[in-house]
Design a binder for this molecule. Structure first.
Ligand SMILES: [Zn+2]
Length: 155
């Protein structure tokens, strides 16, 4: 599948069941463990409104935020998005809603997938190992230290 879809001229529905993606580094996601499992369908509701439904399954390797051990982050995103042209967004004075905005003539499915993954990606990554908790206590002490030093200076 090419990088761009022209939703202005395509035949609908457009089925996407395979997509090789390399996530942009600035998204700060983990390392993708397996290729994404994708089953998406883009349908046309009107000349300006499209809908994307389906599932994006992904599995990332991330470091536990406490002990830095590798953790697998499994993400199943149930996608149900309204797609509108960026022109509409500009007209509406940047009013935000649940829709996904892109240039419909040069539609990048990659952007839609990235947005869906980022919106659903957990902000806290923790392993469930028992010794993880011990490390957490140590790191908390480290965080407190600078304040103790300041307190010592004040006293
Ligand atoms: Zn951990």
């Amino acid at each position: 599948m090419s990088d761009y879809l022209n939703l202005r001229e395509g035949k609908f529905p457009i089925k996407i069941d395979k997509f090789d993606i390399k996530f942009s580094d600035d998204l700060s996601l983990g390392t993708l463990k397996n290729p994404l499992i994708i089953n998406l369908s883009i349908d046309k509701l009107s000349s300006e409104i499209f809908i994307c439904k389906g599932i994006i399954k992904s599995s990332f390797i991330e470091s536990c935020q406490n002990c830095l051990k590798d953790v697998e982050v499994k993400l199943i995103v149930d996608t149900n998005l309204v797609i509108k042209d960026t022109d509409i967004l500009l007209d509406k004075n940047n009013e935000s809603d649940e829709s996904h905005y892109q240039n419909l003539k040069y539609f990048q499915i990659k952007k839609l997938i990235e947005e869906e993954i980022c919106l659903n990606y957990p902000s806290i990554i923790r392993c469930e190992e028992q010794d993880c908790i011990e490390f957490k206590e140590i790191s908390n002490e480290k965080k407190i230290q600078p304040f103790e030093k300041i307190r010592d200076l004040i006293e």
